[in-house]
Design a binder for this molecule. Structure first.
Ligand code: ATP
Ligand code: MN
Length: 463
């Protein structure tokens, strides 16, 4: 059976042709004149197609009149020009077949608007709403845009491992991967004996593909990863997930400034392609979630990102330190309230903060000549705060070794990473962009749990 996608039918002018629509009933109205209007959605677009079913259809009383929200149907009919307002085409049904019923007494999605909190409890049905259908299509288009951006520039797509034996930034935030029997766990001298475990050593889910991306950048030049990463941080915030997707380009022969330039171009490019390719879905968010959404995105695309050092940022923030909950002090991390103040109040555009104190950044970032700061960069967006974190990597063997020791890490765990600096080392840089945060920004959704199909957060793993 040829299935006609609603997205295509709505643009079609082939009136009089027979079409077959397959989808789910969004609404039904029965008219006294002896016919019913069905609104059908098939996921190909946020828009529904209107179907007119007349009472002369054989199953009109027994079946069509009984259809309710959520039923799946196959409709055959003739595409006709719509006399009604709000749509150009409609389908005059010649046959309506019900495939699956959805009992209106129990079907959780009814016509009223449900809260995001409620919809999270029915993550298996929420993609059938306008909002979550739109998020899914936007997510898809943005993934495609990300690959296109890097492929157009000759970057090699790298599949970095999900299970890792190295800990990129500190073991506290990682999920352990084990086949040990946790119930009957045997200890040796009070410690878990990992020699008994699958890999004969501790293993975890990756928090970043960066270290492996560096390996490949130092052979292939420019690479990028785009995959899931895992953080066991116990933070219940509107912008943290335990499982999220990260895009991580890594470039050989590239310094911090060039990495920031690429990141700015990257963000603007993805936003631009999303505006063009997801117009109907973005219009929906602009109407129902945030009236300034599209104009904000357009503003970001046109603006030049403000660049300043961490030290300069602290100077600005310390002039208004009373406004903040967290202390503003050189050497302390910039918190999300500070990030948003810089973007939303001071500069009113994206902000790039560079050259952070080395104590608050990971060991692999290149130490500046001052010995106190590292070549780090964070890109902050209004609304969501930090969207990208990156750096120029330490390329000097001795300095890197010392940093590893300073941070109380075991150089033995990083022998292969250190080797990259012993053999053919080059200046190189990279960054990581949190995919769901960018989706949050583009859709205006206030909670990151609505930007991923099945969110994983503390105490939450139903689906
Ligand atoms: P934050 O300070 O916001 O918690 P981070 O500094 O720990 O983030 P990085 O290690 O720099 O994050 O990761 C790179 C990017 O990944 C971040 O800029 C952010 O966009 C995204 N990201 C980090 N942690 C999470 C998370 N738990 N959930 C969703 N996205 C995240
Ligand atoms: Mn960061």
């Amino acid at each position: 059976m040829m299935r006609s996608k609603i997205a295509e039918l709505l643009e079609s002018t082939h009136f009089g042709t027979e079409v077959t629509v397959m989808g789910w009933v969004r609404t039904k109205r029965d008219s006294k004149g002896g016919f019913s209007f069905l609104e059908i959605n098939d996921g190909s677009t946020i828009k529904n197609i209107q179907v007119i079913a007349e009472d002369k259809l054989a199953n009109y009383t027994k079946e069509i009149l009984r259809l309710t929200i959520g039923c799946s149907v196959i409709v055959k009919g003739i595409l006709v020009e719509s006399p009604g307002k709000g749509q150009k085409v409609e389908v005059q049904a010649t046959d309506v077949k019900t495939i699956g019923w959805a009992d209106p007494d129990t079907y959780p999605l009814q016509k009223k608007r449900h809260s995001f909190e409620y919809l999270r409890t029915i993550a298996h049905l929420r993609p059938r709403t306008n909002t979550f259908g739109a998020v899914a299509r936007i997510r898809n288009a943005m993934s495609y845009g990300i690959h296109t951006f890097f492929q157009d520039r000759g970057f090699i797509y790298l599949h970095s491992p999900i299970i890792t034996g190295s800990n990129c930034e500190g073991a506290g935030d990682m999920f352990t991967v084990t086949t040990l029997d946790l119930q009957g766990l045997k200890h040796k001298d009070g410690m878990v004996d990992f020699r008994e475990d699958f890999f004969a050593k501790p293993a975890s889910l990756t928090v970043s593909g960066q270290l492996e991306a560096e390996v490949y950048a130092l052979a292939l030049g420019n690479v990028y990863t785009f995959g899931p990463t895992f953080r066991a941080e116990n933070s219940n915030t509107y912008r943290h997930l335990a499982e999220f997707w990260m895009v991580e380009p890594e470039m050989a022969f590239c310094d911090l400034k060039e990495a920031v330039d690429l990141a700015e171009e990257f963000v603007k490019s993805i936003l631009t392609s999303t505006l063009t390719n997801c117009k109907d879905d973005l219009d929906f968010f602009n109407r129902f979630v945030d009236k300034d959404l599209i104009s904000t995105v357009e503003h970001i695309i046109r603006s030049t990102f403000e660049r300043l050092t961490y030290t300069e940022a602290i100077e600005i923030l310390s002039q208004v330190r009373e406004r903040f909950e967290f202390p503003v002090e050189w050497g302390k991390d910039i918190q999300s309230e500070h990030e948003r103040y810089l973007c939303e109040v001071v500069f009113k555009r994206p902000v790039v903060v560079t050259d952070y104190p080395k104590e608050i950044k990971p060991f692999y970032m290149k130490v500046n000549k001052d010995g106190r700061t590292v070549k780090a960069m964070d890109i902050l967006l209004p609304g969501v705060g930090e969207i990208i974190g990156g750096s120029q990597r330490e390329d000097d063997y001795e300095t890197l070794l010392n940093r590893i020791k300073e941070m109380n890490l075991d150089p033995g765990d990083y022998w292969w990473y250190l080797d990259l600096r012993r053999y053919g080392t080059v200046i190189h840089s990279g960054f990581g962009l949190g995919f769901e945060r960018l989706i949050q920004f583009v859709t205006g959704l206030s909670n990151i749990r609505d930007a991923i199909p099945f969110p994983r957060t503390p105490k939450n793993l139903e689906f």
